[in-house]
Design a protein around this ligand. Structure first.
Ligand SMILES: Nc1ncnc2c1ncn2[C@@H]1O[C@H](COP(=O)(O)OP(=O)(O)OP(=O)(O)O)[C@@H](O)[C@H]1O
Length: 253
């Protein structure tokens, strides 16, 4: 099994943010998590990236219980994450922002650190080549030497995703990637998320409020309502699900 939530419950004092959520995600697709405000979507993503620890249940990624993995080992496990409020190093170049992502993903090993100059140089070259590949795959290679903080918002979002891709993740978590983008930028975003899936063979789990985007690119969708998983299915199944229409999509109809 690629990724599995098994009866995950998380409480914040009296509030149950996730109520025994169980679901599976297959490798190779785009899996969206949707639901009204406060439904528990970010909490799910934060459990996956080990920012929060549920009180009950297990989250298995490639057979390993992630809840036993230290938060700083998540990247090394093959999970990359973008953030809704991007935390780019605004005064650094795009290239250097991605290099930071790469070095964070490398397993630290005191022996290899000590091998010295030659290894360090070849690692550096390897890292810069990877930066170029990732930037090209996102269509932003021409911004490589520019200062991140000066770039348009849509490009900064791509830089943030590029950073998450530097560790060559098998699972990429996207937190509201379309937030703050206009209609055209959102459409373009849909194309490149699909490209990432194809070209980099990365499975994508994303939280998103933009229903057009969710319905057009997702292979499967999970719907949360008040911390409860109320439906999982293909976009066609989700559109027709009575509980979903009542809880969420109905609000927009
Ligand atoms: N750190 C926290 N401490 C206390 N309560 C929290 C915390 N984080 C989230 N919550 C609460 O847990 C519930 C689920 O929140 P969560 O952010 O996961 O929802 P969401 O579906 O991502 O909402 P949105 O779409 O508005 O981002 C909400 O009632 C929220 O107020």
């Amino acid at each position: 099994m690629f990724l599995e939530f098994d009866e995950v419950t998380l409480r914040f004092s009296g509030l149950v943010a996730l109520k025994g959520v169980s679901l599976t995600v297959n490798e190779g697709g785009i899996f969206a998590i949707i639901g009204p405000n406060g439904a528990g979507k970010s909490t799910m993503l934060n459990c996956l990236s080990r920012i929060y620890t549920p009180q009950q249940g297990a989250i298995r990624f490639l057979g390993e219980n992630l809840l036993r993995v230290a938060p700083d080992r998540i990247k090394a496990c093959g999970i990359g994450r973008s953030f809704q409020n991007m935390e780019l190093f605004s005064k650094m170049t795009v290239e250097d922002n991605l290099l930071v992502g790469y070095h964070c993903a490398l397993p630290s090993n005191p022996f290899s650190e000590a091998v010295g100059w030659y290894k360090a140089r070849s690692r550096e070259r390897e890292a810069r080549e990877r930066v170029q590949r990732v930037l090209e795959s996102l269509g932003i290679a021409s911004y490589s030497r520019q200062t991140a903080g000066n770039l348009p918002y849509g490009i900064q979002k791509k830089v943030d995703v590029g950073r998450a891709l530097m560790g060559d993740p098998r699972l990429l978590l996207l937190d509201e990637p379309a937030a703050g983008l206009n209609e055209l930028e959102t459409e373009e975003l849909g194309h490149w998320i699909s490209d990432i899936k194809r070209a980099m063979k990365t499975t994508v789990v994303m939280i998103e409020h933009d229903m057009n985007l969710v319905m057009s690119i997702s292979d499967r969708i999970a719907v949360l309502d008040f911390g409860e998983l109320i439906a999982v299915g293909t976009p066609v199944e989700i559109r027709q699900d009575e509980r979903v229409i009542r809880a969420y999509l109905g609000q927009e109809a």
